[in-house]
Ligand binder design. Sequence first.
Ligand code: NAI
Length: 330
Amino acid sequence: MKIAFFSFKPYEKQFFDIANESAQHEIVYHCAHLTTETAVLAKGFPAICCFVSDTLDAKVLTQLVEFGVKLVALRSAGYNHVDLACAKKLGLKIVRVPAYSPYAVAEHAVGLILALNRKIHRAYNRVREHDFSLHGLMGFDLHQTTVGIIGTGNIGKVFARIMQGFGCHLLAYDPLVNPECTKLGVDYVELSELYQRADIISLHCPLTPDTFHMINAQALQQMKPGVMIINTSRGAVIDTTAVIKALKSQHIGYLGLDVYEEEDDLFFEDLSDKVIQDDVFARLQTFPNVIITGHQGFFTKQALQNIALITIKNLDAFCNGKLENEVVAK
Ligand code: NAI
């Protein structure tokens, strides 16, 4: 089958070459993001393959259908960027990679915790300047701290397991209790109790109307002074303006972000010789107790291998008249 890839990055090719060895789909790789301007590149392709940086709103989906596209295969687990109701109306099928490596994202969240706590980002720069002083670098033992996990699905569960290894007390909030977490000793509590008791809060829930700006001024108010917040889920789960206020008042002690509300205009591109126009993002970068990574939680060899294998399997299934890992509007 002919497939057009959007937002393609050269590091993906080796994995898709191997995954596609037996199926031999005819893949055309485009580095361009899918937008109303680039949708025309999908003309004549029954399937396209997209990433989180592609636009899949009603306008683009309508264009895709006009160009003959029948299937959108997402190379991601998250699908909050797809207008599923519109896709359903248009008869356009959407499939995704529901899980490729929960370890990749959970381990990245832990990396942010360790770096923020022990100020590794600051120590690295200091030692490079031959400044071996320790002032301002004091951390705390993770052992016996209370960690609040919001969302205990695939990634949250792995994160819980790792933090248990550090000897942390684990609290969680999730509308669905995960029995594997209960077995680990995770204590499911109401959100307000989690906010009040946790020293570290890590977000592992999807972005939905319920979780949009979940971490807002009201939520922050309930948290312990000096709380550490880690977000590797989706940017808009956090109200960035409220978080900046709480960083300025020093109510938030540490913030680790792998995702950002307005990341579409920034992440996944080299903008090192451009002037950043996003003042909110620029302000976030001024705090010494904030570490931001550019949505790289998923970015491990094993995750990319699995993304390629499952995407090709999803395409094979479609060729055989079936749908695997479909996402539909509720
Ligand atoms: P999952 O679907 O296995 O688990 C999500 C959990 O969140 C479920 O247990 C669900 O019940 C829970 N949840 C739903 N609504 C909630 C709410 N209002 N409050 C608390 N919990 C709620 O998903 P998985 O694989 O664990 O991924 C979690 C999120 O991580 C994804 O939705 C995605 O946004 C993000 N992600 C980030 C990546 C990165 O590179 N930074 C890569 C992959 C995923």
